[in-house]
Design a protein around this ligand. Sequence first.
Ligand code: ASN
Ligand code: ZN
Ligand code: CA
Length: 331
Amino acid sequence: ATGTGHSEYTGDITLDTTLQANGTFALIDPTRGHITKDAHNVSSSSLNASSGTLFTDADNIWGDGKKFSTDRATAAVDAHANTAKTYDYYKTTFGRNGIKNDGRGATVFVHVGTNWDNAQWSDACFCMMTGDGNGTTDPEQVDLDTMGHEMTHGVTSATANLRYSGESGGLNEATSDIFGTMVEWYANNAVDTPDYLFSDQSTPPWLRRMDKPSLDGRSADYWSKSVGRLDVHNSSGVGNHWFYLASEGSGTKTINGVTYNSPTYNGSTVTGIGNQKAAAIWYRALTVYMTSTTDYKGARTATLSAAKDLYGATSPEYATVAAAWTAVNVL
Ligand code: ASN
Ligand code: ZN
Ligand code: CA
């Protein structure tokens, strides 16, 4: 069935739902397979796939469009629709049928924990968990790049399986920021306009950014031999910065009203190839060449192999991949 959702981040949208035998509609996506449940504030560490309750509704009109809503279905509208959008990005762009490329849909939980200002993917429950924000500045963690980020953790687990510590952990996190961002560019929503800022809707003005990751006060702009000792959400800066530079090039640029000023290392100047080509290269590197122990040097090799496969070793795309890694001091 097709429902109507009053979402908190993207206005009024359609929702793919299922009419059940008892005459009520449920947040079961009939084609993509994911289902959306209320965790009833159970903590992330206590949840499993059978926890919580499936969202159901009599008239198939869901939510009230408000942030911090008292209508518990509002966060579910965004979570359900943004999971579908992420699924569609992977299917349309790469022919990938869901997280494991086997058509299996995930379980999506909203209202996890109490004032839990976070979201995460769990391989164990094949589920996404989203919290309600911090109760003051940060609303429910169900915006599009966040959902794309978390679902991408499942894709990474099913492919390169990058170990979640050290440099491979930074690459794992960068992979989620890259494809979370690309889902936003794919959706091209007029309210949540595409950018290189991460979690900008649910953690305003943003949680991380790709043009100059160090602007968050924690993330690395460039590789150094100690970068693998940072938290994985900060060593990701090297990969995120590579992605921005490969997509848009070095220097200053204003896109959809946001001004980016991306620095480079080693005197490297980068000519952008656009984010679709940069993402295609990263996806092929992730799914064909990276392994659980790939580090930044290995990511340079993997993406160059991918660029050679897709565009040829003498292509401008190949040259940009190399220049962007040199610019983030991965040589
Ligand atoms: N939001 C975080 C992530 O997806 C969750 C975490 O680090 N546990 O990386
Ligand atoms: Zn993550
Ligand atoms: Ca964003």
